[in-house]
Design a protein. Structure first.
Length: 185
Protein backbone atom coordinates (compact mmCIF):
# COMPACT_ATOMS: atom_id res chain seq x y z
CA UNK A 1 0.00 0.00 0.00
CA UNK A 2 1.60 3.25 -1.14
CA UNK A 3 0.45 6.84 -0.57
CA UNK A 4 2.10 9.61 -2.57
CA UNK A 5 1.55 13.34 -2.84
CA UNK A 6 3.48 16.54 -3.48
CA UNK A 7 4.31 19.12 -0.87
CA UNK A 8 4.56 22.67 -2.19
CA UNK A 9 8.08 24.04 -2.43
CA UNK A 10 8.39 27.79 -2.14
CA UNK A 11 11.43 29.68 -0.85
CA UNK A 12 9.95 30.84 2.45
CA UNK A 13 7.71 27.88 3.35
CA UNK A 14 8.88 25.04 5.54
CA UNK A 15 7.75 21.92 3.59
CA UNK A 16 7.37 19.86 6.78
CA UNK A 17 4.63 22.26 7.95
CA UNK A 18 2.24 20.95 5.28
CA UNK A 19 0.62 17.60 6.02
CA UNK A 20 -1.23 15.84 3.21
CA UNK A 21 -0.61 12.24 4.25
CA UNK A 22 -2.18 11.41 7.60
CA UNK A 23 -1.43 8.36 9.70
CA UNK A 24 -4.81 7.27 11.07
CA UNK A 25 -3.58 4.15 12.91
CA UNK A 26 -0.64 1.75 12.62
CA UNK A 27 -2.32 -0.02 9.70
CA UNK A 28 -4.24 2.87 8.09
CA UNK A 29 -3.53 6.22 6.46
CA UNK A 30 -5.17 8.85 4.31
CA UNK A 31 -3.99 11.25 1.64
CA UNK A 32 -6.00 14.43 1.10
CA UNK A 33 -6.73 16.79 -1.76
CA UNK A 34 -8.54 20.05 -1.26
CA UNK A 35 -8.87 22.17 1.87
CA UNK A 36 -6.18 20.83 4.16
CA UNK A 37 -7.71 22.44 7.26
CA UNK A 38 -10.82 20.31 6.67
CA UNK A 39 -8.58 17.29 6.09
CA UNK A 40 -6.76 17.85 9.38
CA UNK A 41 -10.01 17.99 11.38
CA UNK A 42 -11.46 14.88 9.72
CA UNK A 43 -8.17 12.96 10.07
CA UNK A 44 -8.10 13.75 13.79
CA UNK A 45 -11.67 12.48 14.14
CA UNK A 46 -10.72 9.30 12.27
CA UNK A 47 -7.72 8.78 14.57
CA UNK A 48 -9.98 9.06 17.61
CA UNK A 49 -12.47 6.58 16.10
CA UNK A 50 -9.63 4.13 15.30
CA UNK A 51 -8.25 4.36 18.84
CA UNK A 52 -11.67 3.96 20.48
CA UNK A 53 -12.23 0.85 18.35
CA UNK A 54 -8.79 -0.54 19.24
CA UNK A 55 -9.35 0.02 22.98
CA UNK A 56 -12.92 -1.30 22.94
CA UNK A 57 -12.41 -4.40 20.78
CA UNK A 58 -8.65 -5.00 21.25
CA UNK A 59 -8.13 -5.14 17.49
CA UNK A 60 -7.52 -2.60 14.73
CA UNK A 61 -10.52 -1.06 12.98
CA UNK A 62 -11.13 -2.43 9.48
CA UNK A 63 -10.43 0.03 6.66
CA UNK A 64 -14.02 0.13 5.37
CA UNK A 65 -15.39 1.04 8.81
CA UNK A 66 -12.75 3.73 9.22
CA UNK A 67 -13.54 5.21 5.79
CA UNK A 68 -17.27 5.01 6.50
CA UNK A 69 -16.86 6.97 9.74
CA UNK A 70 -15.18 9.81 7.81
CA UNK A 71 -17.75 9.64 5.01
CA UNK A 72 -20.64 9.76 7.50
CA UNK A 73 -19.22 12.93 9.07
CA UNK A 74 -18.76 14.53 5.64
CA UNK A 75 -22.26 13.57 4.50
CA UNK A 76 -23.94 15.10 7.57
CA UNK A 77 -22.64 18.55 6.61
CA UNK A 78 -24.51 18.30 3.28
CA UNK A 79 -27.92 17.92 4.97
CA UNK A 80 -28.49 21.21 6.76
CA UNK A 81 -28.74 24.77 5.49
CA UNK A 82 -26.03 26.95 6.92
CA UNK A 83 -23.43 24.18 7.07
CA UNK A 84 -20.58 24.21 4.61
CA UNK A 85 -19.69 20.83 3.13
CA UNK A 86 -16.15 19.72 3.79
CA UNK A 87 -13.97 20.83 0.88
CA UNK A 88 -11.69 17.84 0.81
CA UNK A 89 -11.45 14.41 -0.76
CA UNK A 90 -9.57 11.52 0.79
CA UNK A 91 -8.03 8.29 -0.26
CA UNK A 92 -8.16 6.19 2.90
CA UNK A 93 -6.25 2.99 2.77
CA UNK A 94 -4.44 0.35 4.67
CA UNK A 95 -4.10 -3.31 5.41
CA UNK A 96 -6.61 -5.18 7.56
CA UNK A 97 -7.67 -8.81 8.05
CA UNK A 98 -9.33 -8.84 4.61
CA UNK A 99 -6.30 -7.43 2.73
CA UNK A 100 -5.33 -4.12 1.13
CA UNK A 101 -7.95 -1.43 0.60
CA UNK A 102 -7.92 2.00 -1.08
CA UNK A 103 -11.20 3.83 -0.54
CA UNK A 104 -12.03 7.24 -1.99
CA UNK A 105 -14.22 9.50 0.14
CA UNK A 106 -15.57 12.44 -1.84
CA UNK A 107 -17.00 15.67 -0.33
CA UNK A 108 -20.56 14.32 -0.55
CA UNK A 109 -19.58 11.40 1.69
CA UNK A 110 -19.75 8.82 -1.09
CA UNK A 111 -17.33 5.87 -0.90
CA UNK A 112 -15.60 4.14 -3.81
CA UNK A 113 -13.03 1.35 -3.53
CA UNK A 114 -10.18 1.25 -6.03
CA UNK A 115 -7.16 -0.93 -6.75
CA UNK A 116 -5.17 2.24 -7.50
CA UNK A 117 -6.41 5.81 -7.80
CA UNK A 118 -5.38 9.47 -7.74
CA UNK A 119 -7.30 12.53 -6.56
CA UNK A 120 -6.64 16.26 -6.76
CA UNK A 121 -4.65 18.33 -9.21
CA UNK A 122 -3.20 16.20 -11.99
CA UNK A 123 -5.47 13.25 -11.24
CA UNK A 124 -6.75 12.87 -14.82
CA UNK A 125 -3.24 12.21 -16.15
CA UNK A 126 -2.29 10.24 -13.03
CA UNK A 127 -5.27 7.91 -13.39
CA UNK A 128 -4.51 7.44 -17.09
CA UNK A 129 -0.98 6.31 -16.16
CA UNK A 130 -2.35 4.07 -13.40
CA UNK A 131 -4.79 2.41 -15.83
CA UNK A 132 -1.88 1.67 -18.17
CA UNK A 133 0.72 0.55 -15.62
CA UNK A 134 -1.08 -0.89 -12.58
CA UNK A 135 -1.28 -4.65 -12.23
CA UNK A 136 -2.13 -6.83 -9.21
CA UNK A 137 1.39 -8.23 -9.02
CA UNK A 138 3.20 -4.87 -8.54
CA UNK A 139 5.90 -4.98 -5.92
CA UNK A 140 6.86 -2.05 -3.71
CA UNK A 141 9.72 -0.79 -5.87
CA UNK A 142 7.60 -0.92 -9.06
CA UNK A 143 4.75 0.95 -7.33
CA UNK A 144 7.22 3.55 -6.07
CA UNK A 145 8.62 4.08 -9.58
CA UNK A 146 5.09 4.56 -10.97
CA UNK A 147 4.25 7.06 -8.21
CA UNK A 148 7.43 9.04 -8.87
CA UNK A 149 6.76 8.99 -12.64
CA UNK A 150 3.26 10.33 -12.04
CA UNK A 151 4.57 13.09 -9.78
CA UNK A 152 7.24 14.10 -12.32
CA UNK A 153 4.63 14.28 -15.12
CA UNK A 154 1.89 16.08 -13.19
CA UNK A 155 3.75 18.52 -10.93
CA UNK A 156 6.12 21.31 -11.93
CA UNK A 157 7.29 22.19 -8.43
CA UNK A 158 7.27 20.57 -5.02
CA UNK A 159 8.72 17.63 -3.17
CA UNK A 160 7.40 14.09 -3.24
CA UNK A 161 5.92 12.91 0.04
CA UNK A 162 5.45 9.14 0.23
CA UNK A 163 4.26 6.70 2.87
CA UNK A 164 3.99 2.93 2.78
CA UNK A 165 2.02 0.34 4.72
CA UNK A 166 3.47 -3.09 4.09
CA UNK A 167 1.21 -6.14 4.15
CA UNK A 168 3.74 -8.17 6.16
CA UNK A 169 3.85 -5.96 9.26
CA UNK A 170 0.83 -3.64 8.72
CA UNK A 171 2.88 -0.66 9.90
CA UNK A 172 2.74 2.90 8.55
CA UNK A 173 6.12 4.29 7.46
CA UNK A 174 6.93 7.64 5.85
CA UNK A 175 9.83 7.47 3.44
CA UNK A 176 12.73 9.82 4.06
CA UNK A 177 14.05 12.18 1.39
CA UNK A 178 17.05 9.86 0.96
CA UNK A 179 14.82 6.81 0.37
CA UNK A 180 12.79 8.74 -2.22
CA UNK A 181 15.95 9.97 -3.99
CA UNK A 182 17.30 6.41 -4.02
CA UNK A 183 14.06 5.16 -5.62
CA UNK A 184 14.34 7.80 -8.36
CA UNK A 185 17.71 6.46 -9.51
Amino acid sequence: MLFATVKPKTPLMVPESIEKIFQLDDHAAAVAAGLLADARVLANQARVRAQIHRITYEEPMDIWSLARSVADRMQISTLYAGLRPYGVSFLIGGVDATGNHVIEVDPSGMLYEWYAYAIGRGSVLANKILRQRWKPSLNESEALKIALEIISKTEKEGEADIAIIREEDKKFKKLSEEEIKKAKS
